[in-house]
Design a protein around this ligand. Sequence first.
Ligand code: 5GP
Length: 224
Amino acid sequence: GGTACKNESAVVPSTPPSESFSKILIVAGPSGVGKSTVIKKIMECIPNTFAFSVSHTTRQPRPGEVDGINYHFTTKEVMEQLISEDKFIEQCDVHGNMYGTSKMEIERLNSENKIAVLDIDIQGCQKIKKRHDVLQMNPVYIRIKIAYEELEKRLTGRGTETPESLKIRLDNAKAELEPMPGFFNLEVENQVVEDCAKELVSFLETVGVLGLQEDGSSHATCIK
Ligand code: 5GP
């Protein structure tokens, strides 16, 4: 997590919704920006409301990753079969592996009355937006950002990356941080995780994807 101080100008004005949003929350942003930490904070604080959309991937599991929890780990052959059967709302190649969000996953989570949280890359976001009409979905698009120099510092300082993987991540981060005027409904800087999580929660309440607490107060108050 970051230690620097967040200022008000870090929040980019949101794009107003054109129609009511569906219960799909897309969280984009570069690797290392702290997306999963922010999402975890929100899910801990607001129970039984959100659920991760588990993507399919052909990438090998990392130590500690569990099939069906982190991803549905699968083969290229199975993935291609599913694509030909039109089972995905989007699928992309990221760093040489295939990733995809299945329709079934979103439908399952929504039928359980959960807000489906998608952690996908920019290409995936663009593909979904292009297909809004066909998909009859109107997700909320959020991007979590930090300055490129800050990301470089964090990823280098972490010391977990080889020079090669550091280069791939940083190259990819440039694309993930590219200005995309009007695309995202909210862009928020992750300087302090709690502030970022609060910002996101308040936004979801404002657009009606998330209701208020029973006493009428914002869920943001429980994020500490
Ligand atoms: P990782 O391999 O580190 O888990 O994920 C690599 C990248 O793939 C991340 O930017 C992540 O957001 C993205 N990703 C994960 N699942 C999907 C998916 O279903 N679709 C797309 N388009 N990107 C995904």
